[in-house]
Design a protein around this ligand. Structure first.
Ligand code: 6R9
Length: 646
């Protein structure tokens, strides 16, 4: 039995919604989606209000997804212009640099002026509605300005994470045929400089990138760069003399706001294409409800704008809601392990939204770096990106939030646009490790191996049976792949690629990607389950589990374990951990191999690349594939050298 944390009564007393509101609104949202989303859609400023709310078919032979289709609006007008009257002098963005001495506050009025000037700049460079613009910037306010300026013109942005290699950037430029690339001289990360402009130069030497006419360079660190005339132009010189007046271009609700590339389990990254109207309704509404947003909140989501979380919950959601959003350029452990908590105190952050991997990394350093800071301004904590193991959840709750702040564990995906399953903090009691209940209008279902929908307590693949406004509309340039990836395995449904369990209270527990399922002697085991058990051991900081070939069982369990600071791996400890997992889950989960891992191969968004660990576990070290997108590619060599099957 997992622990149940009731809703905090003093939080609930002041919150937007209580349990009975949730029950009532959820019932309405799924029984009358048109009525519900028609009403919620009114939260936006429409240039032409929609009369048709929903026109969707999930049938692979006639797949179409349209929301608010005859409405017209502009995203930047919703995020900026309409805030000016009441919130012109309110801070829209608090920028906190990598260097703690570097911070800046930008009001809605200032942001509006900058966005208009930059939109005029793009216009002068020939950017028109429907053109693609690649944005390859660090976490600086110019990234938000560039996104909003594209939106103002109806241009489609494709933000590429600043940690991606020239090849990855080139692949995205080729696929989207971008006309302009917006970058900076360099990025900063833990005191080091990242050569962004050099990477752009290298990317643009790759074949197929000659759609790019102009490269706009933000002078950020002042590092020397080579400017190639007439292609390369400085942001600040282009902005000189531009007017701070730029009428927003009205676009249809289904006009694409952006394309964001995301890796699937196979093949090249997919350009996930989002809409304008449905997307903005869904993410602004989830942002308001899930974070129980108030006018005076200081809201901080630590995600980079290179990921969907940065799009929906650093930039568009908060600004559309007139909130103050923090943009952080740095990392959790620089200059030291207190950085997150120092930033919270410095800017009086009240809502903090981060990823389990960051929580586990900080947990490894003990409580002292947290307790050095006050954190008294915090009232709500959030988690996103991967299943949070109950150990990390408890630590986040107890140490960071001092048992005062509810935790919202939010399950969603690049493809869903916004939060799908999450507690509403004043309404839903939480269980560590469970994302709890579906958001309004979201209809999850669990299917067994044969594709039969399961009722009640169940475990299987997670589907969503009906559309929601924030849903991906297509894969850029490849609608067929869109249909095949998401709608062909379970026709009539959206397939998430995740596994989930539903418990006796109807709560959802995401068990991880189903491509990470191990089949041991015919028994299915989620890698996340074994990992969670390992991480529950006090000496384990982090663990990654993959399947490996096993003569008798079909697949065996191969675990990579990172110990907490100060511990060293020994045969005794290995036996102890194996016995521990056996005890936590059952004999079926007994790891066959347990390798010490000083570091795990992770993407820059913190996801463990199990593909690489699987190959090492299969003793195929020469088939690791591309490791350049790892946050730290050097961890791989150690894992290969120390592998247990040779
Ligand atoms: C928002 C984001 C999506 C995948 C998703 C799932 C995992 C995200 C989660 C979670 C369990 C959560 N995931 N949030 N698993 N609990 N709260 O991360 O998008 O980068 O596309 O990743 O991340 O496996 O399918 P994206």
């Amino acid at each position: 039995m997992s622990k149940l944390y009731p809703v905090n009564p003093s939080f609930a007393a002041a919150s937007r919604l209580r349990r009975d509101d949730y029950t009532r609104l959820y019932a309405e949202s799924v029984s009358d989606p048109e009525g519900f989303w028609g009403r919620i859609g009114q939260r936006l400023d429409w240039i032409k209000p929609p009369t048709k709310i929903k026109d969707v078919s999930f049938d692979p032979k006639d797949l179409h997804i349209r929301w608010y289709e005859d409405g017209e609006l502009n995203v930047s007008a919703n995020c900026l212009d309409r805030q000016l009257e009441k919130r012109g002098d309110k801070v829209a963005i608090i920028f906190e640099g990598d260097d703690p001495k570097d911070s800046r506050r930008i009001t809605y009025r200032e942001l509006h002026a900058e966005v208009c000037k930059f939109a005029n700049t793009l216009k002068h460079l020939g950017v028109v509605k429907g053109d693609r613009v690649a944005i390859y910037l660090p976490m600086i306010p110019e990234a938000a300005v560039a996104m909003l300026a594209c939106a103002r013109l109806g241009a489609i942005h494709s933000v590429v994470f600043g940690g991606f290699s020239p090849d990855s950037l080139a692949g995205r430029i080729v696929d989207s045929q971008a006309k302009v690339v917006i970058t900076a001289d360099e990025g900063r990360r833990a005191g080091k400089h990242i050569p962004l402009k050099v990477n752009v130069d290298a990317a643009l030497e790759r074949p197929g990138t000659n759609s790019v006419e102009t490269v706009i360079v933000v002078r950020h660190t002042g590092g020397a760069v080579h400017m190639q005339s007439p292609r390369d132009r400085y942001w600040h010189t282009l902005m000189e003399g531009q007017s701070a007046d730029c009428a927003p271009t009205p676009v249809e609700a289904e006009h694409p706001l952006f394309v964001l590339y995301t890796s699937g389990s196979t093949g090249k990254p997919k350009g996930v294409q989002h809409s304008t109207g449905g997307y903005l309704v869904f993410i602004s509404y989830t942002h308001e409800q899930v974070f129980d947003l108030r006018e005076d909140d200081i809201y901080w989501c630590t995600a980079d704008v290179g990921w969907v979380t940065g799009h929906s919950y650093v930039v568009y959601g908060p600004l559309c809601n007139g909130a103050t959003t923090v943009m952080f350029e740095g990392v959790p452990n620089y200059p030291d392990h207190s950085r997150f908590w120092q930033v919270i105190d410095k800017h009086q952050v009240s809502i903090f939204y981060t990823a389990p991997t960051a929580i586990r990394a900080l947990m490894r350093e003990g409580e002292a770096p947290v307790k050095k800071c006050s954190r008294a301004s915090l009232r709500l904590l959030g988690s996103v990106g991967e299943p949070i193991n109950p150990e990390a959840w408890e630590w986040y709750y107890r140490v960071v939030g001092e048992e005062r702040c509810p935790i919202v564990d939010t399950w969603w995906q690049t493809e869903t646009g916004g939060i799908m399953i999450s507690p509403l903090p004043g309404a839903i009691a939480t269980k560590p490790g469970s994302a709890t209940l579906p958001f309004f209008g979201v209809k999850p279902a669990i299917v067994d191996a044969e594709g039969t929908v399961q009722e009640g307590v169940a475990e299987g693949n997670l589907l969503i049976t009906d559309s929601w406004p924030g849903q991906v509309r297509t894969i850029y340039g490849d609608h067929q792949r869109f249909i095949e990836t998401y709608f062909s395995a379970y026709p009539g449904n959206y397939f998430s690629g995740d596994g989930a369990r539903r418990d006796e209270d109807g709560y959802y527990w995401i068990t991880g990607r189903v491509d990470d399922v191990i089949n041991v002697s015919g028994h299915r085991l989620g890698t996340a389950e074994v990992e969670s058990a390992l991480v529950a051991h006090p000496k384990v900081a982090e663990a990654a589990v993959v399947g490996c070939p096993h003569e008798i069982k079909g697949q065996g369990i191969y675990a990579y374990v990172t110990l907490v600071a100060g511990e060293t791996g020994s045969d005794g400890l290995r036996k102890e951990l194996i016995a521990w997992v056996r005890k936590e889950i059952g004999p079926i989960a007994t790891p066959d191999y347990l390798q010490w891992a000083p570091g795990l191969p992770k993407t820059r968004s913190g996801k463990i690349m199990r593909r690489i660990l699987r190959k090492i576990g299969e003793n195929l070290p020469d088939q690791l594939g591309d490791i350049t997108t790892l946050a730290d590619p050097s961890v791989v060599k150690n894992l290969v050298d120390e592998r247990l099957i040779k």
